[in-house]
Design a protein around this ligand. Structure first.
Ligand code: RNT
Ligand code: ZN
Length: 429
């Protein structure tokens, strides 16, 4: 085809241009193909999960929008993920939450969840060679307000500790079956809307709860524990028990993965800068790549300067084996399958950009004190023909290059998503 030929020509030209900067596009493409992105399953159904509807507060998580076509069960969610993966180059992972258990209509509370409740997910992941990651769901539950792992009520704390223990076992089973470790993440909404008088005691209780959750030794080849802090949330504007500092210290001392959610920091704080600061002393990181917009921390990831800087730090530091990259957002106002595709392609583009950077040259300029040329080159590489390399990568991975995927996404919307109807009285959230 003519357009294919011109795309090949464009790539050949791009390859030459990058070669002049001593960058091998073929190596970059090969490296990119080996980086998995963990897709946040909760984008597909607005963080509802499959438990019977519960009237409790969501715990600071607030998807907004009423775009038709959300997945209503596991079969639909998996079909939507299949569709998304057909438009995303490479082989990836899926990040599940405990509320996506399939219990065959039986009510199984969170403290009693078992690997068997994720059998359908496991079979599906296995058949598609996908890895799985996992999250305890410490929100959207009658026992989750006003607090979970830091609750002053020992019975409530016990319940959530049992949930945390159950989740680690589920994670380990997933990792063992799939032959790739499952990162099992803990995020809790505990905090205070207004000025607390005691910041100390809830944190002590949280520390003890975490110790209890992590007491059982599990094989790190199967399960990796991660803990995720936050600056503030809806209803926890003045105080968050599990803050970044709290978990950073905990992770360093107890050899846990720290989960950095890029939407959980002050807007001018650079999460990219934290990577080398933390990985000097903590073994591994989990990333929840997200996009903060004003008060919201969960917009769909796009190719922003922040995401580019994140990818640069991952690649420059050669941290690819120690950083698990996941996405975290939920937007119910646009096509949900498209959200995954936009987010994952955005993250992958950032990684490819970083892999195509003439890092050695930049660092040499830095070593010799030529900061003028360093800045000049950083500016010039911004307009190198990156798009031609990205398109070549997509073609080789048999997914649409450029904007070609939009049409396919629209066709899926027309044939599948738009036929889904909300059950009557199910307008919740
Ligand atoms: C909430 C955290 C958490 C959730 C998901 C659903 O602020 O970012 O990671 O978004 O677990
Ligand atoms: Zn997160």
């Amino acid at each position: 085809m003519k357009s294919e030929k011109s795309q090949e020509q464009a790539y050949a030209l791009a390859r030459d241009i990058y070669a002049r900067h001593k960058v091998d596009t073929e190596t970059a493409i090969k490296q990119l193909a080996a980086i998995p992105i963990s897709l946040n399953c909760w984008q597909g159904d607005d963080v509802r999960g499959f438990e019977p509807p519960q009237a409790s507060a969501l715990g600071g998580i607030l998807p907004t929008g009423q775009y038709p076509g959300r997945a209503r069960n596991g079969t639909e969610l998996r079909a939507d993920l299949d569709q998304a993966f057909s438009l995303i180059p490479g082989r990836h992972r899926v990040n599940l939450h405990a509320i996506y258990a399939e219990t065959g209509g039986r009510r199984v509370d969170r403290d009693a969840l078992e690997p068997k409740h994720f059998a359908a997910w496991l079979d599906w992941a296995k058949s598609r060679h996908l890895g799985l990651d996992f999250n305890g769901t410490f929100f959207a539950h009658p026992k989750a307000t006003p607090a979970t792992l830091s609750s002053r009520d020992p019975a409530i704390r016990k319940f959530w500790v049992a949930h945390g223990i159950a989740c680690r076992r589920i994670g380990a089973a997933m990792g063992k079956t799939l032959g790739t470790p499952c990162v099992t993440n803990v995020w809790i909404p505990d905090g205070s809307k207004d000025t607390p008088a005691d910041r100390k005691t809830p944190r002590e209780r949280l520390r003890h709860s975490l110790d209890d959750i992590f007491a059982e030794l599990l094989n790190p080849a199967h399960n990796l524990d991660s803990i995720e802090g936050k600056l503030f949330g809806l209803g926890s504007e003045s105080y968050v028990v599990g803050s970044h500092d709290f978990y950073l210290a905990y992770a360093a001392i107890h050899n846990k993965l720290l989960c950095l959610d890029t939407g959980h920091f002050h807007p001018t704080e650079s999460v990219a800068d934290k990577i080398s600061a933390i990985l000097g002393q903590v073994d591994q990181l989990m990333l929840h790549v997200s996009r903060g917009v004003r008060w919201d921390s969960d917009h769909v990831v796009t190719l922003t300067d922040e995401v580019k800087a994140l990818a640069e730090e991952i690649v420059r530091g050669k941290y690819l084996k120690r950083i698990h990259i996941g996405l975290d957002f939920f937007d119910a106002s646009i096509n949900r399958v498209a959200c995954w595709v936009i987010g994952a392609r955005g993250m992958l583009k950032a990684l490819l950009l970083a892999l195509l950077e003439p890092t050695a040259r930049l660092q040499e300029l830095e070593r010799t004190g030529d900061y003028t040329s360093r800045l000049a080159l950083l500016e010039e590489i911004k307009t190198l023909p990156f798009g031609a390399v990205w398109n070549a990568y997509c073609r080789r991975q048999n997914v649409p290059a450029g904007a070609g995927w939009i049409e396919e996404m629209k066709a899926y919307e027309h044939q599948v998503l738009s036929r889904r109807r909300e059950a009557r009285g199910d307008k919740r959230k």
